[in-house]
Design a protein around this ligand. Structure first.
Ligand code: GLN
Length: 242
């Protein structure tokens, strides 16, 4: 079978409530990149109350205001066992900002409300009054240099069950002074870097696609090149002051 005949089912988790700072860009970019590698991507939006599809290859979720997180937290809690089973089975997942926080153990808002997370990532988050906003550059072992944009007030602490996604070269990352950004447990990645993350970092898309393809089809042969437009966008993100 050619990769061209191979479907990849991408679940976009809670796009109605959790989709700010261009988070839909991650889904679009992943889908385009999968097609460039010769797959037939199929994006399934899952909002609160919707069933998860029978076949899931990749799950991507975005960020939102504290109020949006409140709207999805209960629905997510009801899917906690299913999400843990999928994560344990190696389904690659990328959770940004608000859902990064809810994939951890808990998020306590700056108003003191506690939102219970599903604990797929070993992190917990405390809301603050100071916002961390701006372009971010990370140094990562797995994906090389990562470029992104953050906008959050939550400060996230990692436990021993998750490794940071990368070391902060520019920006704040998980918390003021933390020096690290994001979290990873096996194939599940959480990050504060929003909807320009996958468009600007094809290596990360290729990781998600590659893990998904190997899990479902037993192999992955990357063929897509990195377009010049992406290389230029990465350079300009590094130049722009915070
Ligand atoms: N409410 C969370 C915070 O500010 C998440 C925000 C976001 O998803 N950008 O920390």
């Amino acid at each position: 079978m050619n990769d061209i005949d191979r479907e990849l089912a991408i679940v976009s988790l809670y796009p109605r409530d959790m989709n700010i700072y261009g988070d839909r860009g991650n889904v679009l970019s992943l889908s385009r990149r999968a097609a460039a590698h010769g797959f037939s991507p199929r994006v399934v939006d899952v909002n609160p109350g919707d069933p998860l599809p029978d076949t899931i290859d990749i799950i991507v979720g975005g960020g939102g205001q504290d109020s949006g997180q409140g709207r999805v937290a209960l629905d997510l809690a009801q899917r906690a066992d299913q999400m843990r089973t999928l994560a344990d089975d190696g389904v690659p997942m990328l959770m940004i900002c608000g859902l990064y926080q809810l994939f951890g153990h808990r998020f306590i808002t700056h108003a003191g409300d506690e939102l219970t997370g599903i604990g797929v990532l070993d992190v917990e988050t405390l809301g603050g009054t100071e916002r961390m906003i701006g372009n971010v550059v990370l140094d990562t072992e797995a994906f090389g240099e990562i470029i992104g944009y953050e906008n959050h007030s939550g400060s996230t602490q990692l436990g021993p069950g998750s490794a940071p996604l990368g070391r902060v070269v520019q920006g704040a990352g998980n918390a003021p002074g933390a020096g690290v950004e994001g979290a990873r447990t096996a194939n599940v990645i959480g990050s504060y870097l929003h909807g320009s993350l996958l468009p600007k970092n094809p290596a990360l898309s290729d990781f998600l696609i590659g893990e998904a393809a190997r899990r479902r089809y037993g192999s992955f042969t990357p063929v897509a090149a990195t377009p010049d437009t992406v290389l230029r966008a990465r350079e300009s993100a590094k130049r722009r002051p915070r």
